[in-house]
Design a protein around this ligand. Structure first.
Ligand code: NDP
Length: 245
């Protein structure tokens, strides 16, 4: 029996890409997964897929940018399963653009989803984890949370913030037996680039992501962090294509 067996895991952004792959990976190892995102049709399809492979999954339509909806998500998980072992704050958007273009709505979306969404996810699960003196919060940052690229000023800002928030949480909560993990993916083949609104930039970024690796590579990294013994915390991982500079 792996240490993932019977773990209760919430995954945000489970309707595609890394979140979907993580849900499949963890469910295949016996975790009970709570799938969260906005697109219900995708969540329903994934739930059915996991269950027809013998896994266990439920879903709840959730906008991570809503504090209330994130609290409702955690309450739903607690009602269904009685505890939350792992929270994977994975949902994110990447509408890259140079700052001078002043795409304020896109900045707001990145700040609301990539930063506030992670904070709301932490806030929603922390009380029950502190009470049990056990838990694991995994936040998905990015290689753009370590390096800044042209047109990534705001996106990188949000991903640097995810790393700072996670490290702050680690310092505050390690004494409560709560583990934290920062996952920083490199180029991964998902729908993430679709939100880039500038057509030239979008084409250039899609060209750059030809080297991308499968989202299952990140799912396995997340599984690795979870399955460590309780006294071992994998605090940070960068996972990128071997050929990515
Ligand atoms: P996808 O676009 O495939 O997935 C993003 C997920 O986030 C979707 O499930 C989407 O679901 C969800 N999401 C977006 N906004 C919200 C919201 N307001 N509320 C709830 N869910 C939301 O991209 P990835 O799988 O690549 O992205 C996952 C994470 O990985 C992101 O944080 C991204 O920044 C990070 N990352 C990805 C890299 C890559 O190369 N792909 C590299 C580095 C980091 P829905 O629209 O249904 O709500």
């Amino acid at each position: 029996m792996s240490d993932i067996q019977d773990r209760i895991v919430i995954i945000t952004g489970a309707s595609s890409g890394i979140g979907e792959a993580t849900a499949k990976e963890l469910a295949s190892k016996g975790a009970k997964v709570i799938l969260a995102a906005r697109r219900e049709d995708r969540l329903q399809k994934l739930q059915q897929e996991i269950e027809s492979s013998g896994g266990q999954a439920v879903y709840k339509v959730t906008d991570v940018a809503s504090h209330e909806q994130m609290e409702e998500l955690a309450a739903y998980a607690l009602k269904e399963f009685g505890k939350i072992d792992v929270m994977v704050n994975n949902a994110g958007v990447m509408p890259l653009s140079p700052v001078h273009e002043k795409k304020i709505h896109e900045w707001d979306a990145m700040i609301d989803i990539n930063i506030k969404g992670v904070l709301y996810g932490i806030a929603a699960v922390l009380p029950s984890m502190r009470e049990r003196k056990e838990g694991h919060i995994i936040n998905v940052s990015s290689i753009a949370g370590h390096l800044v690229f042209p047109a990534s000023a705001v996106y990188s800002g949000t991903k640097f913030a995810v790393r700072a928030i996670t490290e702050g949480l680690r310092i505050e909560e390690c004494g409560n037996n709560i583990r934290t993990t920062i996952i920083s993916p490199g180029s991964i083949a998902t729908e993430l680039t679709q939100a880039i609104s500038g057509s030239e930039l979008k084409a250039a970024i899609i060209e750059e992501t030809k080297i991308a690796i499968e989202p299952a590579s990140i799912a396995r990294a997340i599984g690795f962090a979870i399955e460590q013994p309780a006294d071992v915390a994998v605090n940070e991982m960068i996972v990128r294509p071997t050929i990515q500079q």
